[in-house]
Design a protein around this ligand. Sequence first.
Ligand SMILES: [Zn+2]
Length: 299
Amino acid sequence: MSKHTKAAIFPLLVAASILLDGPLTATAGSTLPDPARAGFAEKLYRLDCGHSLANDESVWTPGENVGRNIAFSSTCWLIHRGSEWLLWDTGVPQSTLNDPKGWSTLPKLIVYHLDRTITDQLAAIGLKTDDITYVAISHTHGDHIGNVFLFPNSTFLMQRAEYAWISSPDGPNDNVNQLKALARKLLGTPNHLKLLEGDTDVFGDGSVTLVSTPGHTPGHQSLLVHLKNSGFIILSGDVVHLKENFEKNTVPSLNTDKAASIASMDRIRRMIATYKATLFINHDKAQTDTLKLLPAFYD
Ligand SMILES: [Zn+2]
């Protein structure tokens, strides 16, 4: 195709995709970007969205570490691309700030604390919550959707399978049932909700892609971001909680589907190879403590 023809067709394609789908591009099958052609996001910031202490690591490492305490990080990420901002997960509810008793999703198992609010961290780089175009939710566990209410004007991006699941009938695992009830309460009905069917190219240029990784929950997703200097980075969501689990293919007992969890970890491994990507594991405190924190950023 000549350069001239390409230039003529490109605006037509863009116009067609906006008419049909809005700016988000999702199709059946893989829409993962071509690593050689993917566009770039400008900045990736880590926000401190809480930390927690659980009294039985074996929930995340079945058969091992019974009754052992484990500390987790809770991480949100903020992506700047062009004039738009995308927030990845919203963390522990702001009402937890400096509360010595903390907050919990499963009170017998885990307690969360919060040292800084999202609002204050956004303000530190000159942003208000209203400046956030998109809030993408990895999944509906309470420690990821605790501050949805702060973003009434943002468009929420989540998988349709996840949204359907939290209103589905309870199953045999009481912990999972409790997490679903809390999810319904914290999520409410966002004003602007875009339900996704699998992998989704958020900006239509391969710079930010939501990647379907079910298993931890039925509509769980991870995020692939492309940066000029840092290359491709994968934000895990809870596709895996700990580096060791990723190495051993260990599936937490809270996950809704063990086979799907293993398949999703395999998918992430293949993506790491294809994109020479770095994986940032949301709850792995040992790794998180080594990563840049807002106002510092990856570019
Ligand atoms: Zn989770």
